[in-house]
Design a protein around this ligand. Sequence first.
Ligand code: ADP
Ligand code: MG
Length: 554
Amino acid sequence: MIDTNNILQVLKTHFGYDSFRPNQERIITEILGGKDVLAVMPTGGGKSLCFQLPALMMPGMAVVISPLIALMKDQVDALRANGIEAAYYNSVQSPDEQSLVLSGLREQRLKLLYVAPESLPQLIPLLTGVTINLVAVDEAHCISAWGHDFRPAYTRLGNLKEILPETPVVGFTATADQATREDILHQLNIPEASQHIASFDRKNLYLDVRPGNNRIRQILDFLRARQEESGIIYCLSRKGTEKLATKLQQNGYEARAYHAGMSPEKRTSVQEDFIHDRVSIVVATIAFGMGIDKSNVRWVIHYNMPKNIEGYYQEIGRSGRDGLPAHTLLFYSFADVVQLRKFMDDSPTREFQLAKLERMQQFAEALSCRRIALLNYFGEHLSENCGNCDICKNPPQYFDGTVLTQKVCSAVARLKEEEALGMVADVLRGAQNAAVFEKGYNRVKTYGTVKDISWRDLQQYIIQMINQGILEVRFHENGRLALTPLAKAILFEGKKVQLATLVQPVKETARSREKEAPDDALFGKLRKLRSAIAQEENVPAYIVFSDATLKDME
Ligand code: ADP
Ligand code: MG
């Protein structure tokens, strides 16, 4: 039996910390008690310690599955610096290095062995006779095609539980919505695992979203006031990172590109230079950052829109890990959405990814507190506006939308929470189409109760309700809308709702302004947007610019 009373002592002597971070102690105690665990904790929350510390306290060795070689190396170096016997096993090691690991195994010296999922089949036969006290799966969302970083080799991890039925299997991730969490439990074969979901609120991150025109100029303006600070700019393409890095260098910044097309040596050197403050800006694809432990990243810019909210959250989460204020800036442009859709063309999970992309787009177009919208996505409900996002700082005009929201919520309820946004809007507007009649929805009580609002407007209002956490999109179930506890408070407890007034559609705005100022560059952009909208269905008909944003764009 392991004495859990001295885990604080172990924390001090082996890791040099005086106290636990939120959730760590409970997770560690459960692991020591032999339980399977799934922990979802934000980046920088201290997940590694949750498996490293129990590994030290139990006889035998822990196997840690880790997706990236750089990540393994960092952790093993840090453990060794603390005098802990740790090693990693992967395909880029020389035979000499590998045999060193194997002798460590044979002599039962190792406390932690890190391994890439791809190398696991080779490793397993070598483990015969070694006591395995724990299997830890880091970045566990990689196992789920529903997560945002799917790694096929992760799906083999399910049989670890069969091989080692008595050994606790524990999964750690910083991003997983409800459905992804369930999928992880299922795939790891640990249906009874206890789940620990830490708060996702990173209060020190300022959330900022701006239209993506003239991005380079906007970035140069942004950087001018931040000469000494470290930051990351995420781009969609490898070429994009190189072009932008060059542009920044030409403007006198210590910027470097980073992407998966570069040699491992080059990548490591950029990463090291960044971590040790020799380079202040890294312009990277999403290949950069998983597991990077740099506490003083002061800002993150998304030059292009990420493909889903999990990715966005994880990337902005790399800033401000020291708890000090950090600025996150997302550029939103419709061209990016089109590009991202193209990338998804032949993916087997295309529909699902499209739905997530749409949700990302809705977040970018939010007209209410960004943090509420962001946290809602992860199933966490904030009761007050955050005051630390662009919308809170510069709110649009609101009206009392309680009655409209009640109508929408009761339609969702009467459709038994089985329908997606389009059908809900159709029913409310009293649409006369075949799908409505086939399902008999023309007979439900809310049919035709919102005839006075155009379809497009109603769609925009419903998106606001999603962003405010009143309705929830169930991605894994054809995007059906469901009611949240907040919806119930609005329906039954008289809770009020503020909705943002929709200003004129872009079409109108652009046309009327064109007359006044035909050569204005800003309205050239609006014209482009308008034609993009005309070409593409399913596009938000309204792009709402607040006055301050308009000023920003000029
Ligand atoms: P995550 O994997 O959740 O992103 P890490 O495990 O990399 O986070 O931990 C982030 C940082 O926090 C590391 O530098 C780690 O040493 C530090 N850390 C972890 N636990 C504690 C603690 N209890 N007290 C102080 N620092 C801690
Ligand atoms: Mg980690």
